[in-house]
Write a protein that binds this ligand. Structure first.
Ligand SMILES: [Zn+2]
Length: 223
């Protein structure tokens, strides 16, 4: 995808030509999407984007690309331009090195989404195993998704699936999500029995559930 520089950062843009009478601009997941009539030249479209850059920049992600907090541990994010995309976590230094071919925020987010989910799965597996042992739950397979609307799910046969970004939550909320899905391995609905079972492992489940619904988006990197 081509890129355009706006205030020292490059942004990916996509032009779609259609039978329309005027130019329209959308900013989705840090990408600029332009719909243009067939005969409008690219140079005109690019100056149109520049004319609207303050609107575009006001709609970009709140994520500041300086720090990532994983299970209450702060990591400094060090971004470098590189020949290939990679992400390396240094636990002791508390640094995450993000090497990116492109300098666009959209590509940084894509690399974080792709590479950090592998790390997230390890963390989720580790804590799931521990909680299942302590509170006597049995589960089958675990998978990772980037469902922005759900934190996790449990299938009828006990396969668990989680949004990888739950590792960005404060630890008590992360633990609450794991326990919620583990509890579904016994009670498949949200019956009174479900909540009683959950309360045995998470006595503050009510508060955790409310905090999660209200504040989760502010911890998540992209949605
Ligand atoms: Zn549920």
């Amino acid at each position: 995808m081509p890129e355009i520089i706006l205030q020292n950062h490059s942004y990916q843009y996509q032009i779609t030509k259609k039978f329309v009478s005027r130019l329209t601009l959308r900013f989705v997941k840090n990408k600029i999407l332009v719909t243009a009539p067939f005969l409008v030249p690219t140079s005109y479209i690019l100056s149109f984007i520049k004319d609207h850059q303050s609107w575009i920049l006001s709609h970009q992600t709140k994520f500041d690309f300086k720090k990532i907090t994983i299970l209450d541990k702060d990591y400094q994010l060090v971004i470098k331009k590189s020949a290939r995309d990679s992400l390396v976590i240094f636990e002791d230094e508390q640094k995450i090195y993000l090497n990116s071919v492109s300098t666009s925020p959209a590509s940084y987010l894509k690399i974080i989404d792709q590479k950090l989910r592998v790390h997230a799965l390890k963390l989720i597996n580790f804590y799931l195993k521990d909680l299942a042992q302590t509170y006597h739950f049995k589960y089958q397979r675990v998978s990772i998704r980037n469902q922005s609307t759900r934190f996790g799910s449990c299938s009828s046969v006990g396969n668990l699936s989680f949004n990888w970004q739950i590792v960005l939550l404060p630890f008590p909320l992360f633990r609450h999500v794991l326990l919620h899905e583990l509890t579904h391995t016994i009670h498949h609905n949200h019956s009174a029995k479900f909540w009683v079972q959950l309360s045995l492992a998470d006595p503050d489940y009510r508060t955790h559930n409310q905090l999660l619904k209200k504040h989760a988006p502010q911890y998540f990197i992209s949605s």
